[in-house]
Design a binder for this molecule. Structure first.
Ligand code: HAM
Length: 413
């Protein structure tokens, strides 16, 4: 028997209603903030991510799914921000539209060790606002993330916020950290010893307990921020305060992708355990230019849908009764007429189905119940003779005869 690849997951029909509910809620909320959907390919040129995310990042070093095609090396996208910036520039949206608010929903791929909340194919709901440096936009984007979580009926999350500053500030932060960690190298894990030279900021993110102890003692605050970045960050915090959005200033928060500059944030949930990030994002003010576009500020975030599903209270609200009419035809002639009846109901916008497995009346009723049908339509010889059909309401249990020509109208009520 074939099995799914570890770290991937079948989303079965009894779960898809929940997925659709998350997706629909997202689309509605994104449109409230005037975002439009963008869809980019799952396959991209690998160099796009090497350049955007950074050669020394965990994703580029260890987690890319690569595929060779002749001389070219493609990869399954590990995230969508780089793809969207690529598309934004390639399709000249900077010239035709300028400031753009874009959202996306789709699969991402990372070769990670599978565990709870960590998959090799997972899904993002995310957005990118490209073309503005304004701090008010940062506050709006974070409020959008907060609004989405409320829309998914998720409570108890924490928004952690920090600013990495501009490229010069990031370089200053890097130096500062190297300096503070110089005497502590021996206490760091092997990975962090390598990170010390390659990507020292990642040491702040290390989950190893001894590294955490070392890092906790380092007082960072905002000493590395230049006056403009300090002022920007203050405005973001004031904006969030004025919107009533709670956040925690977390000076040790850095992100695992090199493109971030300025505001960064992460939203965690205690019920998720060790992989506690529901979503994360931030500014990437240099990426559009870095990939060949103009000098444009940008900010975005992404939620992992699988992690949202682990904590959403929508889980308990499984749909028990849907708008579905289930036809039970008794006898050959009723079956023949039944097929036509179903087609005419569908033409009038009524969702309906019937039994194709030769069930008895009792078994077909059970099936209608399992499917969550709200109405059962019974068509037998008597009904056919009299031009009527028996309609049973599955919620109230009430049963009545309805003239065939007024069935659609009756079902719509
Ligand atoms: P990220 O933090 O790498 O950011 O991913 C965002 C979210 O995706 C995580 O917080 C987590 O919920 C989910 N996630 C990540 N990896 C996995 C995995 N292996 N299995 C399940 N869920 C996972 C980004 O990808 C950025 N592109 C976000 C962004 C958009 N920044 C600016 N714009």
């Amino acid at each position: 028997m074939y099995k799914h690849i570890p770290g991937t997951k079948d989303i079965l029909p009894d779960e898809t209603s929940l997925w659709q509910s998350i997706e629909e809620t997202s689309r509605n909320i994104f449109s409230l903030y005037n975002y439009s959907e963008i869809r980019t390919p799952a396959l991209e040129d690998v160099s796009l991510f090497n350049r955007s995310l950074g050669e020394s990042t965990e994703i580029v070093q260890k987690q890319m799914f690569l595929t060779k095609s002749g001389e070219d090396v493609y990869c399954l996208r590990p995230e969508a921000t780089a793809s969207i910036v690529r598309s934004y520039i390639e399709n000249s949206l900077d010239k035709t539209v300028g400031f753009s608010k874009l959202y996306y929903i789709g699969p991402m791929f990372r070769h990670e060790r599978p565990q709870k909340g960590r998959l090799r194919q997972f899904h993002h709901i995310g957005c990118e606002a490209i073309g503005s440096f304004e701090a008010e936009l940062d506050a709006e984007v974070i409020s959008l993330a907060d609004y989405l979580l409320k829309g998914f009926l998720i409570q108890g999350y924490k928004i952690k916020l920090n600013s990495l500053g501009c490229l010069k500030d990031k370089a200053r932060l890097t130096e500062l950290l190297r300096d503070r960690l110089k005497g502590e190298l021996g206490a760091l894990c092997q990975d962090c010893q390598v990170r010390y030279n390659g990507n020292v900021l990642r040491i702040l993110d290390c989950k190893n307990e001894t590294c955490k102890n070392v890092v906790e003692k380092i007082d960072l605050k905002d000493s590395y921020l230049c006056p403009e970045c300090k002022a920007h960050f203050l405005k973001v915090r004031e904006g969030l305060d004025s919107l009533g959005i709670g956040f925690e200033y977390t000076p040790h928060l850095v992100r695992g992708l090199d493109y971030y500059t300025g505001t960064v944030f992460e939203i965690s949930h205690p019920e998720l355990g060790s992989q506690d990030a529901l979503g994360a994002g931030g500014r990437y003010n240099n990426l559009v230019k870095e990939l060949g576009g103009p000098d444009m500020g940008a900010i975005g975030f992404a939620f992992g849908i699988e992690r949202l599903l682990l904590v959403t209270k929508l889980q308990g609200q499984k749909v028990t009764s849907k708008k579905l009419s289930y036809l039970i035809s008794l006898g050959e002639e009723a079956k023949k007429q039944g097929i036509k009846l179903l087609e005419s109901l569908r033409e009038k916008g009524i969702a309906c189905d019937t039994d194709y497995e030769g069930r008895s009346l009792k078994a077909a009723m059970r099936r209608a119940n399992d499917l969550g049908a709200n109405k059962v339509l019974i068509l037998g010889e008597n009904e056919l003779k009299n031009g009527v059909i028996t309609v049973k309401d599955m919620v109230s249990g009430e049963q009545k005869e309805v003239a065939l020509e007024s069935l659609a109208k009756d079902l719509k009520c």
